[in-house]
Design a protein around this ligand. Structure first.
Ligand code: AQP
Length: 336
């Protein structure tokens, strides 16, 4: 009988910035699916700290946030022996390849990035070159690992497109070097909006803490924030245009309970927003409870976190350096 070998799993890469405490939006929109991705694919998951300094960070707080996000990756069930879990800045190849790719990216194409336009408005006092070049660093993150797939939300689609363009350009100029990544459209994560301005997405760096629920918020804090969420004056729980606050709460509730909008509307027919908000708060508290409990265990074990980061950096560097060497050789650098 002929021996059959299983096809190697596709590689998937996903990153989260330690630019604050991750929110319910980060969790429902991305992190909640990462464990499933890790089981299905050859996963690499990074704490993208180099990306986070495009916005000014307070050093002690930043250090804590990096460790907290690593602890969170463990708390959501990622296994450092199964997937590569690493801190981006501990793998120097990211910065090195990003510089190289800067020289293969046109100013014009970067000027079209809508996230740069948005972020330069919200951080008008610090429109730095890093903020502009952010998508090139993201391209380096992806291409170093020869990732086949990258899970992307709507706001990151343009950036993945740039990574694909850069990869194709380099492959054509020299010879096939990079895997051209495809977007991973998996189980649709929810897009969670700000509780105070439901036209804006919920963001961990929002200056108003009432606008977001952090994954580590205590139950009473979660209840208070949901109670003060902006809604409308109609008073009926139904999904409709012009009811963005209620639509957002319905989306959150649906994600936590698995109910459809129709079921939610039926369950809350004739009831007011007070009852609905209490139910949403309860569902969110129960959704986040196990994550928070496991996070507390990991975040207190600094020695273990250090060990996980070191092991991850070593495994990540092995893959990343192989790609970087290949790139440098093709360009004509003299290698040591
Ligand atoms: N509100 C959201 N709803 C659904 N998904 C979201 N994501 C972020 N916000 C929401 C997804 O979370 C993953 C990690 O995001 P990130 O930290 O790398 O960057 P971000 O998208 O810029 O997240 P934030 O919270 O808005 O950070 P800041 O405030 O620093 O800019 C991504 O998959 C993202 O789509």
């Amino acid at each position: 009988m002929e021996a059959t070998t299983a096809a190697p799993k596709k590689r998937i890469l996903s990153c989260i910035q330690p630019s604050g405490i991750p929110t319910l939006g980060n969790y429902l929109g991305a992190l909640k699916n990462w464990k499933t991705l890790a089981d299905e694919f050859d996963g690499a998951f990074a704490v993208a700290d180099l990306h986070a300094i495009t916005v000014r960070q307070e050093p002690a707080q930043f250090r804590k946030q990096i460790n907290d996000v690593l602890a969170l990756l463990l708390a959501i069930g990622l296994d450092p022996d199964q997937s590569i879990l690493f801190i981006q800045s501990q793998v120097p190849a990211h910065s090195q390849l990003a510089w190289i790719l800067n020289c293969y990216t046109q100013f014009g194409e970067m000027s079209r990035m809508t996230q740069f336009k948005d972020k330069s408005q919200s951080h008008a006092d610090n429109v730095n070159v890093g903020l502009f070049a952010y998508p090139v660093l993201m391209a380096a993150d992806i291409l170093l690992y020869q990732a086949d797939l990258v899970p992307v939300g709507a706001d990151q689609k343009q950036h993945l497109e740039i990574a694909r363009d850069i990869a194709q350009r380099f492959n054509t100029l020299y010879s096939p070097t990079f895997t051209v990544p495809e977007p991973y459209i998996g189980k649709q994560g929810a897009r969670v909006m700000s509780l105070q301005d439901p036209l804006k997405k919920m963001s961990k760096s929002d200056p108003n803490p009432k606008s977001y629920i952090s994954v580590f918020d205590a139950p009473d804090v979660i209840s208070k924030k949901i109670k003060s969420a902006v809604t409308d004056s109609e008073g009926s729980v139904r999904f409709a245009d012009g009811k963005e606050g209620i639509n957002n709460l319905m989306g959150i509730y649906a994600c936590c309970t698995g109910l459809t909008n129709e079921q939610i509307e039926a369950d809350f027919a004739g009831k007011g927003y007070g009852d609905f908000k209490a139910a949403v708060a309860e569902a969110v508290i129960e959704e986040l409870r196990p994550i928070r409990e496991r996070y507390e265990r990991y975040s207190n074990d600094k020695a273990y976190l250090k060990e996980v980061a070191a092991q991850g950096a070593e495994r990540a560097s092995r893959v990343a350096n192989r790609t970087l060497q290949k790139v440098m050789k093709k360009i004509g650098f003299v290698l040591p």
